[in-house]
Structure formats: C-alpha cells, structure tokens
Design a protein around this ligand. Structure first.
Ligand code: HEC
Length: 107
C-alpha cells in the first residue's frame, strides 16, 4: 500500500517535470540552432543575417506563409538555410513554427 502511494507520487512529479520541459524547448531550440543566423529575437540583425539577407520573422513576408510552408523550409532547407530533417523531429519543427508565430505577434 505504501509503495503504491510512493509510486503515484513519483508519477505525478515525473509528469509535472515533463510538462515544464514541453514548454521550454521551442525557445531553447531556437536559441541553440537558429539564433546564430536569425538572431535571438528572429529579426536577423546578426552579421550572418545581414550577409545572407535573411528576412525578419516579424515581417509579413514571413508571417503570410502557411505553417506548412514554414515547416517545409525548416525541414528541407532553402538556399543558405540548412535543412533540419534528421536533426530535429517533426514535432520539434512544429514547435519552432509555433514559436515563429509568437515572434510574429511581438513588435
Ligand atoms: C546558417 C544560417 C541559418 C541557420 C542556422 C538557420 N537558418 Fe533559417 N534561414 C537562413 C537563410 C539564409 C534563410 C533565407 C533562405 C532564402 O530565402 O533563400 C532562412 C530562412 C528561414 C525561413 C523562411 C523565412 C522566409 O524568409 O521566408 C524560416 C522559417 C527559417 N529560416 C527558420 C529557421 C529555423 C526555425 C532555424 C533553426 C532550427 C533556422 N532557420 C536556422 C539561414 C539560417
């Protein structure tokens, strides 16, 4: 009986920790995999961003594209944009698209 209680407490702690980890990754992923070119805020005001003429994620040129279009660019790459197929899971890429939408809502 005691063991059952201890086990359920453990399970609750484990799932709570999982929930926290679910929220953070898009931002962390962006910071570790994308920010060196796209800038920490996605506006591409980095040396790389300027040299490669990367569009600001806040711009309508980027935001008018569908989730599917953005997902394809991230998955397959485009020009100097590296493909992340095999480096990130489809789920991680979906989270990044969601994060790009959040960036689009910020000024
Ligand atoms: C080596 C630099 C580099 C890295 C790292 C990089 N990108 Fe890019 N990205 C680019 C360039 C350059 C373009 C413009 C491609 C073009 O239009 O020819 C681009 C374009 C894009 C676009 C399309 C925007 C538009 O102009 O329509 C999206 C979306 C995007 N990147 C997302 C990401 C995400 C998410 C990551 C991280 C997982 C990432 N990129 C990492 C260089 C990079």
């Amino acid at each position: 009986m005691k063991n059952t209680i201890a086990l359920s407490v453990l399970l609750i702690i484990a799932s709570a920790a999982g929930a926290v980890a679910q929220n953070a990754p898009a931002k962390d992923l962006f910071a570790s995999k994308c920010a060196m070119c796209h800038g920490p805020d996605g506006s591409a005001q980095t040396t790389m961003g300027k040299n490669l003429k990367i569009r600001d994620f806040h711009s309508s040129d980027v935001q008018k594209q569908s989730d599917g279009d953005l997902k394809t660019v991230i998955t397959k790459g485009k020009g100097k944009m590296p493909a992340f197929d095999g480096k990130l899971t489809g789920q991680q890429i979906d989270q990044l698209v969601g994060y790009l939408r959040e960036i689009g809502k910020q000024k």
